[in-house]
Design a protein around this ligand. Structure first.
Ligand code: ADP
Ligand code: ZN
Length: 611
């Protein structure tokens, strides 16, 4: 990786724009080297965690290099949000998508032809239309940024075939630097991004995946786990959250239950009318307290910075999906939580769904392994973010210190002997029974038992443990891939899992340890005080802070934009603490760029004076 300490004239200009236009003091993480590469006209691949500031990596070079910066993004919501925020910062940005009226469209083309547009947002389908490519080939381009670039890879967790077409950009615009950005891509996905998007020997920038502000936890479900979700949300009133559920019906039911207990919750899924969906998204983005109960249709591009918690009422599909979804909490860098509910029937369901997909066996195997790795992390005993970061290939990862497993390390026991018993029983029973029946066999309490079963060497060898311990152990063996469940039309049968692993357990080469955690572990941070809004505002600044928020709410309503597009909570907190008396002093606060200083400065100073 090229050292970012090298003097780079373009970078000084980039830093000036960062300060004046966006109001940030300095670059974060890998922003500077990525921007340096693009400014020098080179392709690059940047994997930066959610909230890591990916968008500035292409926004700033678009402002410096001549021509329009094209941004390819899969979701209209994401584009709208970025375009609004850019306009607030005084940047000429527009999007062209199916929602745009003809008038607006021609106005946008006019600004492009006049050389006045800095950034143009497009969907992959929109960009790759022959007429669009033809028109764009006649205007100078600053760069092409491909957002959510992992969508190009079938090894990624969110393959979108329409992304494949973007490879052609290499031929159509051979001289324009292309920047692929994503929040999650393992090594294989990164290789795919490079090949599919024909990025040649582009430098790869992979940031640390650490999200120190996120406190993660996972809880095994009791029953369907819905009561647990309601209790978790009720304990977090006054904050905004996202709840992911596995089905459309599930989102509707949960939203209904939450509404009944007074929580401002609505459902969001692809089956809803588009206008209703947009209206709900809009209300969610604008509200101070709002709970969105959604399927994963609600996702990419939901850029509300003050989401304080993400609850998975049903587990995500993979560790990549998990990291992206919990990553939607705490984007403003303030403390936030990610809580996942799971059990082994979710695992079985994930495999059933995978089985029904029309993909090659190779892809099924890869995806199946991803599912296992997710459950092994959820049910594991070591620091959660550390497990995720190792999964993404990071080395030398330290425990996070704030996840449930760091705060309350679960006592674990060596269960290798018990695991052997369970595996033997499944083997002797020929994989023909479900878990309840297998446990009955281990405990020698099968009803109307027949002679052949009593004659098996495994009959009653589990009497030294309780039924609930066997259930917990069988779940752990399923999560580890030592057992698997044949769906058998909803009456799952227990069978032996990966043969090599099973053998290793018998030979004593693989130890099985299980957490002695109580079924209902306490989620991390839940009991912490003083983080009701996630942001610490000193009592003495509270009045001013609230006054600033009220002003922001009115402004936002007037302009019909989400409040954070005007100023982030954090910026308001900084202003409330600094109490600036002059525009210059106000400009020193993080998040106050020149355009906002000019537009809002006098009003903000008046509020500070009057408070
Ligand atoms: P993502 O990588 O998730 O797309 P964004 O580009 O939306 O992240 O940035 C996340 C947040 O971090 C935004 O609020 C943005 O203003 C802020 N941010 C980005 N770069 C910096 C920086 N260098 N200093 C301070 N804040 C930054
Ligand atoms: Zn931890």
């Amino acid at each position: 990786m090229p050292p970012d300490s090298l003097p780079h004239p373009g970078l000084d200009q980039a830093r000036a724009i960062l300060q004046h236009t966006f109001g940030h003091a300095d670059f974060r993480g890998l922003q500077a080297p990525v921007i340096g590469d693009v400014l020098a006209g080179r392709h690059a691949i940047a994997v930066l965690p959610t909230g890591g500031g990916k968008s500035l990596c292409y926004q700033i070079p678009s402002l410096i290099r001549g021509g329009v910066g094209l941004v390819v993004s899969p979701l209209i919501a994401l584009m709208s949000d970025q375009v609004q925020a850019l306009k607030q910062a005084g940047v000429a940005a527009a999007k062209l998508d199916s929602d745009i009226s003809l008038d607006e469209r021609s106005a946008t083309w006019r600004t492009i032809d006049e050389g006045k547009l800095d950034l143009l947002y497009l969907s992959p389908e929109g960009l790759m239309q022959p007429s669009m490519l033809e028109r764009l080939s006649r205007v100078p381009l600053a760069l092409i940024a491909i957002d959510e670039a992992h969508c190009v890879s079938q090894w990624g967790h969110d393959f979108r075939p329409e992304y494949r077409a973007l490879g052609r950009l290499a031929e159509v615009f051979p001289d324009v630097p292309r920047l692929a950005v994503t929040a999650t891509a393992d090594a294989r996905t990164r290789a795919d991004i490079r090949n599919e998007l024909r990025l040649g020997d582009a430098q790869e920038y992979v940031a640390s995946f650490a999200r120190p502000e996120l406190a993660l936890s996972a809880i095994r479900k009791q029953g369907k786990g819905r009561d647990q979700v309601v209790a978790l949300v009720e304990a977090r009133r006054g904050r905004s959250g996202v709840i992911y559920a596995g089905s459309r019906e599930g989102t509707e039911q949960l939203a209904e239950r939450l509404s009944q207990s007074g929580v401002p919750a609505v459902a969001y899924h692809a089956g809803l009318d588009k206008a209703l969906r947009n209206q709900r998204l809009d209300a969610f983005l604008k509200a101070d307290e709002a709970v969105m109960v959604a399927t994963i249709a609600f996702g990419m591009g939901v850029d509300k910075p003050d989401v304080r918690y993400v609850i998975h009422a049903d587990p995500p599909a993979s560790i990549e999906a998990y990291w992206q979804e919990v990553g939607r909490a705490g984007r403003d860098g303030d403390p936030a939580e990610g809580i996942t509910l799971y059990d082994s029937s979710d695992l079985a369901w994930a495999f059933r769904r995978l089985d029904s997909r029309e993909v090659s066996d190779e892809v099924k195997q890869t995806q199946g392994r991803k599912v296992r790795q997710l459950y092994a992390m959820l049910d594991g005993t070591g620091c959660r973010p550390a497990a995720v970061r190792r999964y993404f290939g990071e080395e030398g990862v330290e425990p996070c210190g704030v996840c449930d497993l760091c705060l309350n390390p679960p006592a674990s026991v060596d269960a290798t002997e018990a695991a052997r018993k369970a595996l033997s029983a499944v083997h002797r029973l020929g994989g023909r029974f479900g878990r309840g029946r297998v446990i009955d066999h281990l405990l020698a309490r099968t009803k109307q038992v027949q002679d052949w079963e009593v004659a098996l060497s495994t009959w009653g060898i589990g009497k030294d443990s309780h039924e609930s311990e066997w259930r917990g152990l069988i779940d752990a063996l399923l999560f580890e891939g030592l057992l698997r469940e044949d769906p058998n039309d909803g009456r799952p049968l227990l069978q032996l899992g990966e043969p090599d692993k099973v053998k290793a357990v018998y030979r004593g080469e693989l130890q099985v340890s299980v957490a002695l955690r109580a079924i209902q572990a306490k989620p991390a941070r839940a009991a912490r005080k003083g983080s009701a809004t996630g942001l610490e505002v000193a009592a003495g600044n509270r009045l001013l802070y609230d006054a600033l928020r009220a002003w922001r709410r009115d402004q936002a309503a007037e302009l019909s934009v989400p409040p954070y597009v005007i100023f982030h909570d954090r910026t308001l907190a900084e202003i409330a603490a600094a109490r600036p008396g002059t525009l210059t002093a106000l400009g020193q606060c993080g998040g106050v760029g020149d355009a906002k200083l000019e537009r809002y400065g006098p009003q903000v100073l008046k509020i500070v004076r009057d408070a």
